[in-house]
Design a protein around this ligand. Structure first.
Ligand SMILES: Cc1cc2ncn([C@H]3O[C@H](COP(=O)(O)O)[C@@H](O)[C@H]3O)c2cc1C
Ligand SMILES: O=C(O)c1cccnc1
Length: 354
């Protein structure tokens, strides 16, 4: 299988010199040290990742990967499978949550269609990179064959390459695929060795009866899959086109020195695959929010991630990451533009501790 280089090569480390300079700068800005809370460390982290004492996240690149899931035939979503294709059109026409946020934040938004059961016409802003109309039903057989997973990973890596060529300083990946919370729960169960019951949630809004059925489907998929925890094997067996592309995009961004702002449950599961494959990429990940999907916390714990926001969001599309962009911008602007004690003629903290 011809995997992208980023799947095999460790990413560069953050710049220790930029971290040192940014840490010193934080100490001399006109505020009590530590008073900007997590925004201070965020600026220092971004300095290390961008290799600049004064970091920026702009331009930001957002990419939504879309694909359908064969497991929908098990009745595991509150919504019909056609919604995946319909939402691609909605992304293109500007009506989806992530489209509205991209417009408001003045960021570029790409949509990559990896294959849907419903038909999608050629639309501006939508790249058509069809792999198949959907994955196979992961409760019965592996979701993807070798050629399909390779195509999905490469699609993600190519998106990271486009972001790199465009000089982007932050990558946000988003997901669209009815049924993908089932796939993500199965992947997380396999990788974390936790019971499906702990990781399977209502997704788009299943009833408690629906949730019981979904949990049984994930249990069946895991029994079929077995014990193999190799990231690529888990992804092929239990994943989706968009989840694999997200893993490829995350690895590809880190390999090219682009920090990645991770969205909710689905993107975090894609990140977990990437981290298990290449632990050094963990440094390149910032976590935007805690999804209301109950499995998310265990996935965050596995990566020692403390997200910035906890708003009860459970949409996907990269929407939680988009909502956190102004926080990252604020961290950079404060760090870059505040005056130092010396420049502003403000007295420094006295040596006498009272
Ligand atoms: C209108 C609509 C817009 C969405 N945008 C993201 N998702 C999210 O919900 C789906 C996963 O939930 P489940 O596993 O329960 O199907 C994915 O498509 C995900 O991107 C949406 C879902 C719907 C219905
Ligand atoms: O947190 C997510 O990524 C999520 C939650 C529910 C449905 N779709 C996505």
């Amino acid at each position: 299988m011809a995997l992208p280089d980023s799947w095999l090569t460790p990413p560069p480390g953050p710049s220790t010199q930029a971290i040192q300079l940014a840490t010193e700068r934080q100490q001399v800005l006109t505020k009590p040290p530590g008073s900007l809370g997590r925004l201070e460390q965020l600026a220092i982290t971004l300095a290390g990742l961008t290799g600049s004492e004064k970091p920026t996240i702009d331009p930001v690149r957002m990419v939504i990967f879309a694909g359908d899931h064969g497991v929908c035939s098990e009745g595991i979503s509150a919504f019909p499978q056609e919604v995946t294709a319909q939402m691609i059109a909605n992304f293109a026409s500007g009506g989806a949550a992530i489209s509205v946020m991209a417009q408001a934040l003045n960021t570029s938004l790409e949509v990559v269609n990896l294959g849907t059961v419903g038909e999608v016409p050629e639309l501006p802003g939508v790249r058509t990179e069809l792999i198949a109309p959907s994955t196979a039903n992961l409760a019965e057989t592996p979701a993807m064959d070798a050629g399909q997973i390779e195509a999905a990973l490469t699609s993600g890596d190519n998106a990271a390459q486009r972001a790199h060529q465009a000089g982007c300083h932050l990558f946000i990946g988003g997901d669209m695929g009815i049924g993908n919370t089932t796939s993500a729960a199965a992947i997380a169960s396999a990788l974390l060795g936790l019971p499906p019951q702990n990781l399977t949630g209502p997704g788009t809004g299943l009833t408690s009866e629906g949730l019981r059925r979904k949990t049984r489907v994930v249990e069946k998929a895991l029994a079929r899959h077995g014990e193999d925890q190799t990231p690529l094997a888990v992804l092929a067996s239990l994943g989706g086109f968009e989840i694999a592309a997200l893993s490829g995009a995350i690895l590809g961004s880190a390999a090219r020195g682009i920090p990645v702002l991770i969205d909710g449950f689905i993107v975090s599961v894609a990140a977990l695959i990437a981290v298990r494959q290449q632990p050094a990429i963990r440094d390149w990940l910032l976590f935007a929010h805690r999804s209301a999907e109950p499995g998310h916390q265990a996935v965050l714990n596995a990566m020692q991630a403390e997200p910035l926001l906890d708003l009860g969001m459970r949409l996907g599309e990269g929407s939680g990451a988009a909502v956190a962009v102004p926080l990252l911008r604020a961290a950079c602007t404060l760090h870059n533009q505040m005056a130092s004690f010396t420049d502003a003629g403000v007295s420094d903290q006295s040596g006498d501790q009272i």
